[in-house]
Write a protein that binds this ligand. Structure first.
Ligand code: F6P
Length: 566
């Protein structure tokens, strides 16, 4: 198949027009800096209807952003000049767009229907994707039905996913969000942190006879995961099981069959995936095994179907209706036009409380880069710091800065319209607050309004004068309000795919490879040397005085621990 390439800055989209477009975008943003959203709403009654879009069960109101139709057109032109259309095609058709690792990027193939034909080097990958799904489903059915038993013949009641980063955050978020659909007799736990406090604390609550460990690691070399997995196995054996029993209680998810076998997990109990699935894009693969065990194969397929619906939307919808593209362009608008350094995500649904953490990895590991695909420095700011927390809780904690702080913090508010478990008045309060916060951030409060309010409260004039500057809000602070019809596997799949494609689009605009993560390597290498220094007493060669001092303090504490234990 003849596949389009992702255009480089110096490639088919000439650098000069692209640079011009970036400056036009910046100039347009500067013009908006002098305008207030209040006025734009006052003079444009159709603004909300026009600046909203929907895909399936997801509705996005992006009207409370500091841009107008002409600005959007300019951003669409930037997307065109950046080669976004070709880049989307290149990703979906299996081109090796992860250039530094020479890999295709095909998480979209993981949720494609069985009759799709998606090729990597001429080889259709869809049949193996569906074969692995069937493998997972067969295991999930056995375990959920009680056919798969532990070594003493008891049913498995607790699943422990041991993984970190992409082998943890996606499954953790989805299991949490879809907990109401979970098997009534199964509880799912996640262990990522290598701090023994996490694993030991959990193991104290578990019975080895009824626990299944899913050791989840794409590389199967991640120190934290393998250390936790070894400790879990040691606990299992200490509690009376034998090596022969391990295969009933430990399964692995990985692309590295050799390392799985080396670890001692039966290859028959390994669920595989492929190097063209990035860790942070992997929940749709066997990395989602703990999800499937919890919600069952049918609901897992619904999750995939929701993501696939978003894939099709992203691939085919015009930019003006394309949710991931709109969100990406709006994000770039604030980073590069307004100098916004962060982006806040606030879920207004308890089930989505893990969303900010998940999006941190997705966005910051993908676009936290300053080198273009061609190896040159990126001439502008790139991925923002993504942060957030439950919206309702945040209102009583950090929202003060959003309303009156000196920095502009664009935000996504994510809420659910139909939520059967969220009874009256709880859900009413959640939705009212979500809508109110977006309104307050946009409107602000003028001096006249603040004064009138204080007069109505009966405050004396000198108190009003004193408080007035503190009770005014500038407003004009942007939000996207993202409403799910309901929190179902389908809408959740679509929501996460929407964010994946938003991040991809931004990577294309900034001309980044969003699919490698070289920045995480140095710390890992240094940690290994420092750990060795704890044993040898010899600080790593060339270590600075601060690092040597810290190693000495840590080493003394670790030795005291060991002496105490001896
Ligand atoms: O160190 C970062 C990272 O490689 C992430 O990209 C990845 O999701 C995580 O570690 C876990 O990796 P693995 O699944 O190979 O254990």
């Amino acid at each position: 198949m003849n596949r389009p390439s992702i255009p480089h800055a110096a490639g088919e989209c000439a650098t000069a027009p692209r640079a011009d477009l970036w400056s036009s975008v910046q100039q347009a943003a500067q013009r908006q800096a002098g305008r207030h959203l209040r006025d734009q709403f006052a003079t444009d009654p159709d603004r909300a209807a026009r600046m909203s879009a929907r895909c399936g069960g997801i509705f996005v109101d992006y009207s409370k952003n500091r841009l107008d139709d002409a600005d959007l057109q300019q951003l669409f032109a930037l997307a065109d000049a950046s080669g976004l259309r070709g880049a989307i095609d290149a990703m979906f058709t299996g081109e090796r767009i992860n250039s530094t690792e020479h890999r295709a990027v095909l998480h979209t193939a993981l949720r494609a229907p069985a009759d799709a034909d998606i090729r990597v080097d001429g080889h259709n990958v869809v049949p193996e994707v569906h074969a692995e799904l069937a493998h997972m489903a067969a295991f999930a059915e056995q375990l959920r039905s009680g056919q798969w038993r532990g070594h003493t013949g008891e049913r498995i009641t607790n699943i422990v996913n041991i993984g970190i980063g992409g082998s943890d955050l996606g499954p953790r978020l989805v299991c949490d969000a879809l907990r109401p659909l979970g098997h009534p007799d199964l509880r799912t736990h996640f262990v990522a942190n290598v701090d023994a406090g996490r694993l030991n604390g959990l193991l104290r609550q578990l019975d080895p006879r009824t626990t299944l460990f899913v050791v989840c690691s794409k590389s199967f070399t991640t120190q934290e995961t393998l250390t936790n997995a070894r400790s879990a196995r040691a606990w299992f054996l200490r509690e009376g099981a034998t090596d022969a029993d391990v295969s009933r209680h430990f399964v692995a998810v990985s692309t590295n069959a050799e390392a799985v076998a080396g670890f001692g997990i039966d290859p028959a109990n390994m669920f595989g995936f492929w190097d063209w699935v990035g860790g942070r894009y992997s929940l749709w693969s066997a990395v989602g095994l703990s999800i499937m065990l919890q919600i069952g194969p049918a609901a897992f397929r619904e999750l995939l179907a929701g993501a696939h619906a978003m894939d099709e939307h992203f691939r085919t919808a015009p930019w003006s209706h394309n949710l991931p593209v709109l969100l990406a362009l709006i994000g770039v608008w604030y980073v590069n036009g307004f100098g916004a350094a962060t982006h806040m995500v606030a879920p207004y649904d308890h089930g989505l409380r893990q969303l900010p953490g998940y999006l941190q990895q997705l966005d910051m590991e993908s676009n936290g880069k300053q080198t273009t695909r061609d190896g040159a420095p990126v001439p502008r700011a790139t991925g923002p710091v993504v942060w957030g927390n439950s919206g309702i809780n945040g209102q009583h904690a950090f929202y003060q800065l959003l309303h009156q702080g000196a920095q502009l913090v664009p935000a996504d508010f994510v809420a659910t319209l139909h939520s059967p478990d969220n009874t009256r008045p709880h859900h009413d309060i959640v939705l009212a607050n979500c809508i109110a916060q977006a309104q307050a951030l946009m409107m602000g409060r003028t001096a006249d309004e603040a004064r009138a309010e204080m007069v109505a409260e009966g405050l004396p004039p000198e108190r009003i004068a004193e408080l007035l500057p503190h009770r005014c809000f500038g407003g004009n602070r942007p939000t996207n309000v993202i409403l799910l019809d309901a929190l179902t596997p389908h809408t959740l799949g679509a929501l996460l795919a929407m964010y994946e494609h938003k991040v991809f689009t931004q990577g294309v605009l900034w001309n980044l490879n969003s699919f490698d993560q070289w920045g995480v390597e140095l710390g890992k290498q240094l940690a290994r040397r420092i750990e060795a220094a704890f044993d040898s007493g010899e600080p790593p060669a060339g270590a600075d005085s601060s690092t040597r001092q810290l190693i000495a303090l840590a080493r003394a504490a670790l030795r005291a621990r060991d002496d105490g234990a001896a």
